[in-house]
Design a binder for this molecule. Sequence first.
Ligand SMILES: Cc1cc2nc3c(=O)[nH]c(=O)nc-3n(C[C@H](O)[C@H](O)[C@H](O)COP(=O)(O)OP(=O)(O)OC[C@H]3O[C@@H](n4cnc5c(N)ncnc54)[C@H](O)[C@@H]3O)c2cc1C
Length: 426
Amino acid sequence: MVINRRNSITDKSEGLGKGILVIGGGISGITTALEAAEVGYRVVLIEQGPYLGGKVSMMNQYFPKLCPPWCGLEINFRRIRQNPRIQILTSTTVTKISGSEGNFNVTLEMKPEYVNHQCTACGDCVEVCPVERENDFNLGLDKSRAIFLPHEMAFPHKYVIDENVCLKDECGKCLEVCKYDAINFEQSPEVIELKSGSIVFATGWELFDVSQIQELKFGVFPDIITNLMMERMASPNGPNKGKIVRPSNGEAPKNIVFVQCAGSRDESYLPYCSGVCCSVSLKQALYLTEKDPEANVKIFYIDLRLMGRHEDFLNRIMDNPRIELIKGKVGKIMEEKETGNMICEAEDILSGIKISAVADLVILAAGMVPNISPLEQISTDESGFVSSEKLEPGIYAAGCNKNPQEVSASLKDATGIALKAIQSAK
Ligand SMILES: Cc1cc2nc3c(=O)[nH]c(=O)nc-3n(C[C@H](O)[C@H](O)[C@H](O)COP(=O)(O)OP(=O)(O)OC[C@H]3O[C@@H](n4cnc5c(N)ncnc54)[C@H](O)[C@@H]3O)c2cc1C
């Protein structure tokens, strides 16, 4: 594996030859890259951010087995480290593709990270950095310094600098303390060209912006969070080291409401089902009740859509007297002025009774929207996901940019796509 960004494409004129370019370093892109490299193909895997792993690295635990994400990711990172045929380029995007199957020309743009691979992640730089920024890995739930390790398991395991806030030479404190000559403010954006036999887009998903649904008051009341924020809060490497608290006052929540289909299955927002949100909320209800014996959970749903092994998961929830499942859609959330609690209004469809559930924490089960590369080669369907049938020969999509799916389905898809990419690269 080569991850020395500046010299990573060792022979630029040769480029990848008949190799494969994979765009997106989440679990789908990593899988396609590894499957192709392990049968002998050269692969360049590019990632727009400073580390690999995508959204899976943000999870506390992932179903069906509820293991920490590092179980799966660490094995893959080891496979990457051991494979000389994979080259990793972080903070890199594609700006242009031309040519055709078996012979694409690709232009890549690499953003400066200002820290090279001599970094040992010792952390001396953080001690002296005077600038704070919102920590995007923890979705703004805490802060980091302008020079930061994206998270403790980050791969590549090195610090990066947020160029939007860093004072660079005006400050220079990190440069002074770095014993490894790892920081260089002279780095500038770089454009490189390479050839590739086939291209796989594995650009994944983003969370639907729930602030668009005005009645649900996300961004208005501080104790209304998204399901992805909940993953970060529950995680041992999250903002409170795994302690789940109300953002408004730092206290442990006791009455928690989940609002299912926050955006999904709604013609005004996302007309499709995001597929994973029901299982995600059941998983998160377990986090809450297992971490705090006084926590009670209500889950408001339209339908519970759980496939295969997730049915067992539901049975586990049904046996838990502190988790209540209510068939009804929350239409409105208001604030109880005296307590700062929220009142969630819904109609219980089965009894026909109108319910006002009081909550000190509300979790919006926000849907998944595809992350689409703005290149002309990408065509989408009516819901905005990549449409595989419309892609030109030699270009493929893998994972959640094609449809919302869980990790195991993404892995199967990405493995199948590796086989297709190999055939085009021959
Ligand atoms: C709240 C929540 C909890 C979940 N929990 C579970 C769970 O417990 N179990 C489970 O099986 N599934 C779970 N999922 C689903 C899981 O997150 C997805 O299956 C998984 O992330 C799919 O991986 P991916 O690689 O396709 O996409 P992503 O994880 O989104 O990775 C895509 C990568 O591509 C990069 N990228 C995007 N655009 C570009 C570009 N133009 N150039 C270069 N790089 C780019 C991104 O930065 C990212 O690193 C959950 C989903 C949600 C919403």
